[in-house]
Design a protein around this ligand. Structure first.
Ligand code: DAH
Length: 358
């Protein structure tokens, strides 16, 4: 067994010297593998006398265990060293400052649009839309505008160049033409909300050439002015998030409604701050009325069969009032500082139950 002890010493030394896991693995195969040196010695036991075999066998097993143990121990050391080297090489600098994040915000027009849609959806209205480029019929004639009405003049309305057939299209001056389009496309009863862009030749602190409106239209067999009042009261309280807002219906005129009214809500203006919902002052917020029989007729409805109410309001106007935005023009200047200040968080989707303007 002399050479077995020599072999063991050689192996243990080589294992101690191995400086990579690969070298160590080659040593393991060379000693304990199928054709390894210790395996070969084990095989040679077969040709010995029983007594000699027993002694040599025991001694060989001890050597085999010693070598296996040395291999394991060295493997642990080398694996840890390899991990240390890797960690050293891949070290992250946790002290680096984070990159500045740029988070978007929802524009007050979009937010208000969603709020108003959520409120009217709750009352059973569905949304209807129509084209920005309209014809004279839908924008004026079908809505009972007389031929010489000032809104038909160049200085109020953006007209497009005359077409070959002599007609001139225009950028719609209100969302009311969609009343006609929807009535023609559908059968009563109707309960629709029409949000959209509108255009007028106007520009100052409270007017921009493009702005947004909401139009409501309800048509049924017996819809009356009381329904209109109830619906608007409900809307105003939900939108401004104030209970029991005083409301005043002032007689007014629109070609497409009869009777017509402008609606004011109660407010106070103490020390230059506007507060909605109480006080001794009034603030105009929208126009409304009972749909004129001529309008029903233009849409192919019989005024003896159905009647209804309509209302229209400026989206930016009610946004300015609720969120205290003083100048209408700033809505469309695309100033990021303005948007960061007045914008809304993208994940706060307005709902009547969950809250509109969080
Ligand atoms: N179209 C009107 C405007 O632009 C607003 C309006 C008033 C719409 C009364 C209506 C309504 O439907 O009934 O000034």
């Amino acid at each position: 067994m002399e050479n077995a002890n020599v072999l063991r010493d050689d192996l243990l030394r080589a294992i101690g010297d191995a400086d990579t896991l690969d070298t160590l693995e080659s040593l393991r195969v060379a000693a304990l593998g199928k054709k390894g040196s210790i395996t070969a010695l084990m095989k040679s036991l077969g040709g010995m006398d029983p007594e000699a075999r027993r002694q040599a066998g025991q001694a060989l097993n001890v050597i085999k265990d010693e070598v296996a143990e040395a291999l394991d121990a060295r493997k642990t050391v080398l694996a840890r060293a390899a991990l240390d080297t890797r960690l050293e090489a891949e070290r992250l600098d946790m002290t680096l400052p984070v990159r500045p994040e740029s988070r978007g915000a929802i524009h007050p027009v979009s937010q208000t649009w969603e709020e108003v849609v959520a409120i009217f959806a709750q009352m059973g209205f569905d949304v209807a839309e129509g084209p920005d480029v309209e014809d004279d019929f839908h924008n004026f004639t079908a809505l009972n505008f007389p031929p010489g009405h000032p809104a038909r003049e160049m200085h109020d309305t953006f007209f497009l160049p005359e077409r070959e057939d002599g007609t001139r299209h225009l950028l719609r001056t209100h969302t009311s033409p969609v009343q006609i389009r929807t009535m023609k496309a559908r059968k009563p009863p109707l309960r629709i909300l029409i949000p959209g862009r509108t255009y007028r030749c106007d520009s100052d602190m409270t007017h921009t050439p493009m702005f947004h409106q909401f139009e409501g239209l309800v048509i049924d067999k017996a819809t009356h002015f009381g329904h209109l009042k109830g619906c608007l009261q409900e809307f105003v309280e939900a939108y401004f998030e104030v209970d029991a807002i005083p409301m005043r219906f002032r007689p007014s005129f629109f070609p497409f409604t009869e009777p017509s009214a402008e609606v004011d809500i109660g407010c106070s203006r103490k020390d230059g701050t506007l507060k909605i919902g109480a006080g001794d002052s009034w603030l105009e917020i929208l126009g409304c009325g009972m749909v004129h029989p001529n309008v029903l007729r233009s849409a192919g409805y019989d005024p003896e069969e159905v009647q209804g109410f309509a209302f229209g309001m400026g989206l930016e106007r009610i946004a300015m009032l609720k969120y205290g935005i003083p100048d209408l023009r700033t809505f469309f200047e695309s100033d990021l500082r303005w948007l960061r200040h007045y914008g809304f968080s993208a994940l706060d989707v307005p709902t009547v139950q969950g809250g509109l303007s969080r």
